[in-house]
Design a protein around this ligand. Structure first.
Ligand SMILES: [Zn+2]
Length: 135
């Protein structure tokens, strides 16, 4: 084992692990709650055709929210893997340590604020970016 703590203060890795695991639990819990709510809603669907577009809209919202949850879960599990690999808290774009302030707010953050903004900017301009590319 080499000591990798020369770059700034040592991160409280166990704290971030706890934060990540708790968040993952929370997201999983809310996903199954949504699923249950949807099943109940289905039993309640009126056969009236006029409600069909409303139903579709709600389905779309449900799927969309679920997709966001899935994305978040994937980001959290990526972050947990980085904890295992000891690459947690280091931006893979510029190799700078991510500020603890940012990690406290977003424990699954992969990039530092500067790189994150640049990447979001690229995405906003329609450029393909593989967010999940491994270093
Ligand atoms: Zn960076």
């Amino acid at each position: 084992m080499n000591t990798n703590n020369k770059n700034g203060p040592k991160l409280k890795l166990s704290t971030y692990r706890q934060l990540l695991e708790r968040k993952a639990e929370e997201v999983r819990g809310s996903m199954s709650a949504q699923k249950a709510a949807q099943v109940v809603a289905r039993l309640d669907v009126p056969s009236d055709e006029g409600d069909l577009s409303q139903q579709h809209h709600e389905e779309w919202i449900f799927l969309n929210r679920n997709t966001l949850d899935m994305k978040l879960l994937r980001e959290i599990s990526d972050a947990l893997r980085r904890l295992e690999n000891r690459t947690y808290g280091v931006c893979p774009e510029c190799e700078a340590p991510i500020s603890t302030k940012r990690l406290d707010a977003v424990p699954w953050a992969r990039y530092c604020v500067t790189c994150q903004e640049r990447i979001s900017d690229r995405l906003a301009h329609g450029e393909e970016v593989d967010e999940y590319q491994e270093a």
